[in-house]
Design a protein around this ligand. Structure first.
Ligand code: C2E
Ligand code: MG
Ligand code: MG
Length: 380
């Protein structure tokens, strides 16, 4: 009864922030959809989301009990983010999950370009420079789980920015600007070094010997000095190269395949693992794929989504499995969220999974606690 009443209060407050021409609907559970037609600019849309967040900010009185609520808002825009209702809803949902990761009471645009527009590029550049100096970046870690054994096989390091003005900011909001402004090489170096420091900190506990996957941006990857830099860090921190996996996106590899092959060879020579991220979204040429010395293919989340019901996704993943098998590469499925997805993947072959179903990305100490509580072996 109290839950229903809360939903009614929230709905009333939401309605209060909208125009008569807007549409408000409750999808189910605690999810609402707002359709806002004819928005003249991104700034105006940001205004709408801020109004909604503000409307839900004050506590709700439920028969004498005061409760507080918050909203995470995902925004997708027609026609840029989808031509039909289904795609727009899916993309708004993706953006909402990203917003949730950023903490309560935040919004996130589906398209990273829009995010950075919303954050104001110039402000962002200055703030990122300051963030480097003031040590505002932090690495979160998300476990990767072997679906056959339930064991954790490694973690992926994902950067977060603890911004004093905006709270925890996800990489999609600032990496694109960092890439354009040369700041990415400094941020990328920080990420590499911090991951090494963390591996050393973990050396005495449950996480001793764990493998960390590190994302590198296109620009950072194509810099010839990368392999030397990694090799220097390994030596400096006394780490085993096989504890490091470098992730690059498929589009980075395919932008300059010949250079990418050389770079990958350099990295493999020093003994680190390499994987291709977001596979399936970047128009791989199969001719190149067989020449790329990769250890792992990470299947993009869009193909994992609802794989137990969507036959085309299932077919694509089966095909990627065959490809990986023939090329002697292993597979990680990204964004596994449901039991059904897990069951399907486990039946499909030898696959490692990463996703909210197991754990969200979390700070290093939380990961240690999660592993301590048996988190690495929780397959049902
Ligand atoms: P990615 O490398 O593909 O990382 C996976 C993203 O999916 C992460 O978002 C993660 O939080 C999210 N994710 C994991 N499981 C699920 C799930 O079950 N459902 C859904 N909806 N999402 C899931 P995050 O941390 O926001 O990172 C976004 C992207 O930013 C990364 O995509 C990566 O390309 C980039 N990035 C992150 N850290 C770094 C970094 O240190 N350097 C560089 N250059 N890029 C980074
Ligand atoms: Mg990645
Ligand atoms: Mg990915």
């Amino acid at each position: 009864m109290a839950g229903d009443k809360l939903l009614r209060v929230v709905a009333d407050r939401l309605r209060g922030t909208l125009r008569r021409s807007d549409t408000l609907a409750r999808l189910g559970g605690d999810e609402f959809v707002v359709v806002v037609p004819n928005v003249p600019s991104t700034a105006e849309l940001v205004g709408v989301t801020e109004k909604i967040v503000a409307a839900l900010d004050s506590p709700v009185d439920l028969d004498g009990h005061t409760v507080t609520v918050g909203a995470s808002i995902g925004v997708s825009i027609f026609p840029e983010d989808g031509q039909d209702c289904q795609t727009l809803m899916k993309n708004a949902d993706t953006a909402m999950y990203r917003a949730k990761q950023n903490g309560r009471n935040t919004f996130c645009f589906y398209d990273s370009e829009m995010n950075t527009q919303a954050l104001d590029r110039l402000w962002l550049e200055g703030a990122l420079r300051r963030a480097l100096v003031q040590g505002e970046f932090q690495l979160y870690y998300q476990p990767q789980i072997d679906l056959q054994t339930g064991a954790m096989t490694g973690v992926e390091a994902l950067i977060r920015w603890n911004c004093p003005d905006r709270g925890i900011v996800a990489p999609g909001m600032f990496i694109p600007v960092a890439e354009e402004s040369q700041l990415i090489s400094r941020i990328g170096l920080w990420v590499l070094e911090e991951a090494c420091r963390q591996l050393v900190r973990w050396q005495d506990g449950l996480l001793a010997g764990v493998k960390v996957a590190i994302n590198v941006s296109g620009r950072q990857f194509l810099n010839r000095a990368l392999a030397d830099c990694v090799s220097d860090l390994l030596q400096q921190y006394g780490l085993d190269p096989s504890q490091i996996e470098i992730e690059l996106t498929e589009s980075t590899v395919m932008a300059e395949p010949e250079r990418a092959i050389e770079q990958l060879q350099r990295l493999r020579q020093i003994g680190v693992h390499v994987s291709v991220d977001d596979f399936g979204t970047g128009y791989s040429s199969l001719g190149y794929l067989k020449r790329l010395p990769l250890n792992t293919i990470k299947v993009d989340r869009s193909f994992v989504h609802d794989i137990d019901n969507q036959r085309d996704n299932a077919a694509i993943v089966t095909a990627i499995l065959g490809l990986a098998d023939a090329l002697n590469m292993s597979i990680i499925a990204e964004g596994v969220e449901t039991e059904g997805e897990e069951r399907h993947l486990r039946g499909a072959g030898s696959i490692t999974a990463q996703g909210f179903r197991y754990a969200r990305p979390m700070p290093a100490d939380q990961l240690a606690a999660w592993v301590g509580n048996g988190g690495g072996a929780q397959i049902h």
